[in-house]
Design a protein around this ligand. Structure first.
Ligand SMILES: *[C@@H]1O[C@H](CO)[C@@H](O)[C@H](O)[C@H]1NC(C)=O
Ligand SMILES: *[C@@H]1O[C@H](CO)[C@@H](O)[C@H](O)[C@H]1NC(C)=O
Ligand SMILES: *[C@@H]1O[C@H](CO)[C@@H](O)[C@H](O)[C@H]1NC(C)=O
Ligand SMILES: *[C@@H]1O[C@H](CO)[C@@H](O)[C@H](O)[C@H]1NC(C)=O
Ligand SMILES: *[C@@H]1O[C@H](CO)[C@@H](O)[C@H](O)[C@H]1NC(C)=O
Length: 205
């Protein structure tokens, strides 16, 4: 009887272990989205966007899902690693992001929050080496639904987008990501106002 009881206990422990192992290897499946940011810094970091499964035009902003394609994992493709629990950015869509000139920092500006339904007023930086966020409050007109690129001196160029009042603009904001100062580009001969996506390149870079 007591031997049976011991076997039962051992089996029970084994079952608990199996359940634990099973939970740990559970695959993270991201929600399909549009107007998110995708930033490649050795790995592919995805933040924000609209939930496309809700309606044809995008529906609601996705929650705080933040995940990375962890290329150090060699299981079957794609191996998404969930970083949502360390995400400090409010649920948002339509932000713009770049890789910093230090080759390790994700820099994110703009976008619209779900809770307040207004454009975000901070620049967020994510250090991909130690997975920590920092925030920089800024004062420039807040924009959303725009594209960005960064030059080799760390200047982030943000063209077009939508301002808080809904107006679509052809203004160029420039954020110096090294000393965090803002300036505005010339609007002489600027392309017409636009939102959402743009294909942009810099010469010789
Ligand atoms: C996305 O939309 C689907 C369909 O309506 C819904 O089931 C799901 O909960 C939504 N996800 C989020 C994070 O809003
Ligand atoms: C995503 O991760 C897989 C597995 O490590 C890798 O084969 C693939 O190249 C990665 N893709 C990107 C875009 O990083
Ligand atoms: C970042 O990467 C570029 C391209 O590989 C390289 O030229 C540059 O020196 C790197 N910068 C730093 C700070 O590591
Ligand atoms: C992460 O690294 C940056 C510098 O690279 C440093 O300023 C910051 O304090 C570090 N954060 C933590 C939690 O280690
Ligand atoms: C930031 O650096 C740029 C040069 O890249 C300089 O023109 C600008 O005055 C600096 N701004 C501040 C506030 O230090």
């Amino acid at each position: 009887m007591s031997r049976n009881y011991s076997i039962f206990i051992v089996l029970w422990i084994l079952v608990q272990l199996l359940v634990k192992v099973d939970c740990q290897t559970e695959t993270f499946i991201p929600i399909q989205r549009i107007l998110h940011t995708a930033t490649f810094i050795d790995k592919l970091y995805i933040l924000g966007g609209y939930n496309v499964t809700q309606s044809d035009d995008g529906g609601e902003i996705i929650g705080k899902q933040f995940f990375v394609n962890d290329t150090s994992v060699t299981f079957e493709f794609p191996q998404w690693k969930d970083l949502t629990n360390i995400n400090i950015i409010p649920a948002h869509a339509g932000a713009a992001s770049v890789k910093g000139v230090d080759n390790k920092t994700l820099i994110l500006y703009g976008g619209r929050t779900f809770e307040k339904n207004e454009n975000m007023n901070s620049v967020y930086m994510f250090d991909t080496l130690n997975n920590t966020w920092s925030t920089y409050e800024e004062t420039y007109p807040h924009k959303r639904s725009l594209s960005a690129l960064i030059d080799s001196n760390g200047k982030m160029y943000l063209f077009g987008g939508r301002e808080n009042n809904g107006e679509i603009v052809n203004k160029m904001l420039i954020l110096d990501t090294v000393n965090l100062s803002w300036s505005e580009g010339s609007s002489l001969n600027a392309p017409c106002a636009r939102i959402n996506y743009g294909a942009i390149i810099l010469p010789n870079q």
